[in-house]
Design a protein around this ligand. Structure first.
Ligand SMILES: [Zn+2]
Length: 310
């Protein structure tokens, strides 16, 4: 294209040159855009995804990292999942990461799936290692206990469902915390997470929380900032408090003698929310503390360690 103007030849030449450059620039821009579109990853590449530790232990919280070459590609990720739970990626500076939890029975590995806006998936296998939780092997057949009556079964199912609803809702709550999770009590642990009983090689029950020592009336603190979602009296858990910390994190405090918060309250990290008690199915006063990522219950020790490291 050239532009002829009724002016002197010199001016006309300048106009032609300027117009020519402008066209060239437009062409270059179009080519650049074409190259960019062709090279843009549709989804982050598996090689750009890592996790720590390298082999998460079944029953613990761990971190998933997306390395810098794929940071732009993260904008194309519509959702990510590990063990059926959504991941909530957060970018701080030039580092993008999310927490994920390995269920206690995930000793054979996990699958991370990133689903991108165009429907493509990036699937990464995460190796795990089986936990060495203490197991009490029963050598004799346990006595058959009387079948609990159906009303009791229904009550326990209803209570478990209410706790599950808190877990599901937590994925919809934005992260309400920025600091690492802190201990609910600083006393000694009387029973660790994961201990189980086996009968004929099969795990029949497992301790899915950590027990902290305490006399009736001793303080129980919120492990991090969050919204109280459930304050009730459960058959097994006794007086319970469930806190939704957002971004999938839920903590629960069981067997309390006193609940000092109400559903809907926002609590600060370290706030006294209740007192140690011996309500529900217990042999003596203690705090049974539960940590969950979505509906995956994991070892609270890994909650304090993993959220404290960057
Ligand atoms: Zn316990």
């Amino acid at each position: 294209m050239s532009v002829e103007l009724p002016v002197s030849r010199d001016v006309a030449r300048v106009v032609r040159i300027v117009t020519g450059s402008a066209i060239a620039a437009v062409v270059v821009l179009a080519v650049t855009r074409g190259v960019a579109a062709a090279q843009a990853p549709l989804c982050p590449a598996p090689a750009d995804i890592s996790w720590s530790p390298a082999k998460p232990v079944a029953g613990t919280l761990f971190r998933v990292h997306v390395n810098s070459p794929s940071l732009n590609a993260m904008t194309r990720v519509s959702h990510a999942r590990v063990a059926n739970e959504r991941l909530h990626f957060r970018t701080v500076g030039d580092s993008t990461s999310a927490f994920a939890a390995a269920p206690v029975d995930s000793g054979n590995g996990l699958t991370l799936t990133l689903t991108c806006a165009d429907g493509t998936n990036t699937i990464v296998k995460i190796p795990t290692r089986a936990a060495e939780y203490p197991l009490e092997r029963l050598k004799v057949a346990p006595r058959f206990s009387a079948k609990p009556d159906s009303a009791l079964v229904a009550r326990q199912r209803r209570e478990a469902e209410r706790a599950s609803a808190v877990s599901r809702a937590s994925h919809e709550t934005p992260a309400l915390w920025t600091e690492p999770f802190a201990l609910p009590r600083t006393t000694r642990i009387t029973s660790d997470f994961g201990g189980g009983r086996t009968f004929n090689g099969a795990v029949t029950s497992r301790h899915m929380g950590t027990d902290y020592a305490g006399a009736v009336g001793a303080p129980v603190r919120a492990t991090n900032r969050g919204v109280v979602r459930l304050v009730d009296s459960f058959y097994l858990g006794g007086n319970v408090i469930y806190i939704d910390h957002g971004a999938g994190f839920v903590t629960a405090y069981l067997h309390l003698s006193k609940q000092l918060v109400a559903e809907g309250d926002t609590v600060a990290r370290g706030a006294v929310i209740g007192h140690v008690g011996a309500t529900g199915r217990v042999t003596g006063p203690h705090l049974h503390f539960i940590a969950r990522y979505g509906s995956v219950t994991f070892d609270p020790k890994s909650l304090f360690e993993t959220t404290g490291s960057r």
